[in-house]
Design a protein. Structure first.
Length: 222
C-alpha cells in the first residue's frame, strides 16, 4: 500500500510501530482518536476532582435588602448588605457585615419626616449545615453598632434634621447558600434585629430584613 491505506474512498496515512521485531502500521486517525479520548478522560477527572474540593476559606457576599422598621412604621425598600465570611472549619464561620437601608417621601404634612435611613456594622458567629451537594443552611447571631437617621423639613412639632440616633443592635438570622460552582453561590437570608432603647425611642424597637445576593469565594494566597 506504500504507507497509505484507503477505506471507503478516504485516504489515511499510516505510521510504523514495532511489536517485537515486526513492524506494524497504525492509522494517524486512530492515534488522534486515542489522544482525544485520553484528553477528555483526564479533563473530566480534573473537573470532578476540583468540584469535590471544599469552598474557598474566605467569602465576600453582596446583597440587596428590604427592611421593615418598626419605630418608623415604614418599609425601607432600598438597601444593601456587604458581608465577609471567614470559614474556621466546615461547621463554623466568623461573619462581619455592613448594611444600609433607605426610605423617603414627599413631606406632607410638613412636620412628617421625609427621609430616613439605617446604617449598621455587626459581627458574630455562624453555624453551617450542609444538606446537599450544593446546598448549605446557616444560622447566625450578630451584634454591633446601629445608627438610625431621620431628616425633617422643620416645623413647630418636629425640629429640622432630627439627626442620628446610635444604639446597640442584636441580630439573629438564618439563610441558605446554593452553590453555582466552587467559587460562586446564590444567597437568600432573613434577619430579625433587636434595638436597645434610646432617649429618642424611649423603648426597645426592632427591624425585620430580607435579602438576596451573590457570594464570591476568595482563595488564600499561596
Amino acid at each position: 500500500m506504500g504507507g497509505a491505506a484507503r477505506k471507503g474512498g478516504v485516504r489515511c496515512r499510516s505510521l510504523p510501530f514495532f511489536q517485537g521485531d515486526r513492524p506494524m502500521k497504525v492509522s494517524a486517525r486512530a492515534i488522534a482518536l486515542n489522544l482525544l479520548v485520553v484528553f477528555a478522560t483526564a479533563s473530566a477527572s480534573a473537573q470532578e476532582s476540583r468540584a469535590n474540593l471544599p469552598p474557598p476559606p474566605f467569602d465576600v457576599a453582596v446583597s440587596y435588602s428590604y427592611m421593615t422598621e418598626e419605630y418608623l412604621d415604614e418599609d425601607l425598600p432600598a438597601g444593601w448588605v456587604v458581608s465577609l465570611q471567614l470559614h474556621m472549619n466546615p461547621r463554623w464561620t466568623l461573619v462581619g457585615e455592613a448594611n444600609g437601608a433607605y426610605w423617603g417621601k414627599e413631606a406632607f404634612p410638613a412636620f412628617f419626616p421625609y427621609a430616613a435611613w439605617v446604617h449598621s456594622i455587626l459581627g458574630g458567629p455562624r453555624v453551617n449545615l450542609r444538606i446537599g451537594e450544593k446546598t448549605t443552611l446557616f444560622g447566625q447571631g450578630l451584634a454591633g453598632w446601629v445608627r438610625r437617621t431621620r431628616t425633617n423639613p422643620g416645623s413647630v412639632i418636629a425640629p429640622e434634621n432630627e439627626g442620628n440616633v446610635d444604639t446597640l443592635g442584636v441580630q439573629p438570622g438564618a439563610g441558605v447558600d446554593i452553590r453555582l460552582n466552587r467559587r460562586f453561590a446564590v444567597r437568600f437570608q432573613g434577619d430579625y434585629r433587636w434595638l436597645k432603647e434610646t432617649e429618642v425611642t424611649q423603648r426597645n424597637t426592632h427591624e425585620i430584613r430580607g435579602l438576596a445576593g451573590i457570594v464570591i469565594g476568595v482563595e488564600r494566597a499561596p
